[in-house]
Design a protein around this ligand. Structure first.
Ligand SMILES: Cc1ncc(COP(=O)(O)O)c(C=O)c1O
Length: 370
């Protein structure tokens, strides 16, 4: 495939192995070691507002679970959008809570405040709201923040693919105190293999760290928790990634701009509005009909691999036996089959762009019949 969906960008060992000298000298390879501490400090400095701090963890999923453990949602309910990846409901189940699925807004594809407010009236035992930033788009989430303040319910933001841009206004966190969780999985832009990062108001960091460390207290008694720690090897990769990521994202933004211009002439295709300071993990396009296997095949024939996300939504996708509540989700049901995500590269060039343009035009001629 000339244009594979993913070209994961992880620094080569010779670029990051030198960081490990510190860990070998200290003979400290996990359990909040020296490189984990350094990377936490550096990532926090780059991305978080004042008064926030960050904890590295083994994945976004474990970060979500630790945040839910720290808030203590056991036996209660947690609101989430239908339009999200399996990790979001799985973390809620693991925390011993029941998901309450809400609908998404048609324009931004994120949690619909009206649906959330109805859910809060229908369920009096909601202990947390999870707002998902789909595709890693970094949008204004003030409507959900306002609900979190109005109803005094903690807010967690699942920003799995959102970590990357270090511009000054790309900082995460706010004075309403949401916890923001990121993935550092190999498929993300800030990629270290498996990993995650939880950003929280400083007083919440201790309880989140405790949950990631088996729930241990100082006296060796323990509350809810598990092993969600990260090792020093992946932190070494992360320290090098931090040096390279701005250049990658400059290129990725040019690639996304290319799509923005290219797709703007098709009035049946919807592009992401207000993408914010996203690192552009992928470029999502909403079609006016289902993205089915034959459409995926047409793009594949032209050498372009596209992927559907987040399909099916949680309500349709979950086949386990745990209880789950759902509000009406007409918007999610109408949109979730119609997204196609296009690849975004950190090594995009104008030459690659002209080749891609030609192939996209060929595929869309078949798909749209124009
Ligand atoms: C919205 C969302 N949440 C969570 C995850 C899972 O992240 P991880 O693999 O780091 O647990 C993903 C992965 O793509 C995601 O898209």
């Amino acid at each position: 495939m000339l244009f594979p969906y993913l070209k994961p960008e992880i620094p080569k060992p010779e670029q990051w192995v030198h960081h490990l000298q510190v860990s070998y000298q200290a003979r400290y390879f996990s359990n909040f070691g020296p490189l984990a501490q350094k990377l936490e400090e550096d990532v926090s400095k780059n991305y978080l507002v004042e008064g926030y701090a960050g904890v590295l963890c083994s994945s976004n999923t474990s970060g979500l679970l630790a945040a839910l453990n720290a808030i203590d949602v056991y036996g209660k309910k947690v609101i989430l959008p239908d339009f999200t990846f399996a990790a979001t409901p799985q973390a809620i189940f693991a925390a011993g809570a029941t998901p309450v699925i809400c609908d998404i807004d048609e324009r931004v594809w994120e949690l619909d405040p009206e649906s959330v407010e109805k859910a809060l009236h229908a369920h009096t035992d909601v202990a947390a709201i999870i707002h998902v930033r789909p595709f890693g788009l970094v949008r204004d989430i003030s409507a959900t923040r306002e609900l979190s303040v109005k109803y005094q319910i903690p807010l967690i933001v699942d920003a799995a693919a959102g970590l990357g841009r270090t511009d000054s206004d790309a900082t995460f966190g706010s004075d309403t105190g949401e916890i923001e969780v990121f993935s550092m999985h190999a498929t993300k832009v800030f990629a270290i293999g498996e990993g995650g990062f939880v950003a929280a108001p400083e007083p919440m960091v201790g309880p989140i760290k405790r949950a990631l460390n088996f729930g241990f207290d100082r006296d060796r008694t323990y509350g809810d928790g598990f092993n969600g720690k990260i090792d020093e090897f992946r932190c070494a990769i992360g320290l090098t990634t931090l040096d390279l990521i701005d250049d990658w994202i400059d290129v990725r933004t040019r690639h996304a701009d290319f799509y923005e211009t290219f797709f703007s002439r098709f009035n049946t295709l919807t592009r992401p509005v207000e993408p914010g300071n996203t690192p552009w993990a992928q470029y999502p396009v909403l079609f006016d009909r289902d993205v089915d296997n034959s459409m995926i095949g047409v793009f594949a024939d032209k050498g372009i691999e596209i992927k559907k996300y987040y399909w099916p939504g949680v309500k349709r996708a979950y086949t386990g036996r745990r209880p789950i509540d759902a509000m009406p989700i007409p918007v999610s049901e109408s949109l979730q089959n119609r997204f196609a995500c296009f690849p975004v590269y950190s090594d995009f060039t104008p030459e690659l762009g002209s080749m891609l343009k030609q192939r996209l035009e060929g595929a869309l001629e078949v798909v749209l019949g124009s």
